[in-house]
Design a binder for this molecule. Structure first.
Ligand SMILES: Cc1cc2nc3c(=O)[nH]c(=O)nc-3n(C[C@H](O)[C@H](O)[C@H](O)COP(=O)(O)O)c2cc1C
Length: 186
């Protein structure tokens, strides 16, 4: 069932750990957020769609068209991108909007919606100059960047080192400054 509260869009990209997004949804609910999951088209194959829709209470959004008969989805008060791929980060920073997730991210800046991103990628991807420039541009757009240290290529990834919750920590101060919504209940 859909929850009450400020609306957090969680944008899920096609990274190997995307199946763990339930941890972030649970933590966001515990902070008072209602959660809508937006998956990139490629990410749909990485997640248990039925389980996520049941947990969030909203249909997963992935394309612009809304399936007929599905409940309408409220507008975002804030956006968390986790896990964020190399691909989506670079396209977002470049202003490319060829997925619904990217369209939402590209408009968020102009709409003044706070955005936090926790990347998940390897160090070979992170070494590409485009990635460094993308992070610089996103920071200049007041996007909050998480603390993930890129893992070694072919190492099986850094699932255990991935802090899902950091996006909530990053959004908390700005949400509190806007009226104390979705505080951690302290
Ligand atoms: C099994 C698998 C795991 C992947 N893991 C990652 C990853 O951890 N980080 C990443 O940036 N890309 C990863 N990729 C590559 C992305 O899925 C690919 O770049 C895709 O185009 C990203 O699409 P999206 O950004 O629209 O979600 C992975 C691909 C596969 C098949």
């Amino acid at each position: 069932m859909a929850r009450r509260g400020p609306i957090l869009y969680i944008i899920v990209c096609a990274a190997g750990i995307a199946d763990g997004v339930g941890e972030l949804i649970a933590a966001a609910h515990a902070e008072g957020w209602a959660v809508v999951v937006v998956a990139t088209p490629s990410a749909l194959g990485f997640i248990d769609q039925e389980a996520i829709e049941s947990q969030s209470g909203y249909p997963i959004r992935s394309a612009w068209s809304t399936p007929s008969g599905s409940p309408s989805v409220p507008r975002a008060d804030a956006i968390a991108v986790a896990p964020a791929t190399f691909n989506t980060i670079n396209k977002w920073a470049a202003g490319i909007a060829d997925t619904l997730a990217l369209g939402i991210l590209c408009e968020a800046y102009g709409l003044g919606i706070p955005v936090a991103v926790q990347p998940y990628l390897n160090s070979a991807q992170a070494a590409h100059p485009a990635y460094v420039e993308s992070l610089t541009r996103l920071r200049a757009m007041d996007v909050f960047i998480g603390d993930y240290v890129p893992h070694k290529p072919k190492s099986g990834g850094g699932r255990n080192a991935y802090n899902w919750i950091s996006v909530l920590d990053l959004l908390r101060p700005v949400m509190q400054s806007r009226g104390g919504e979705a505080s951690n209940g302290d």
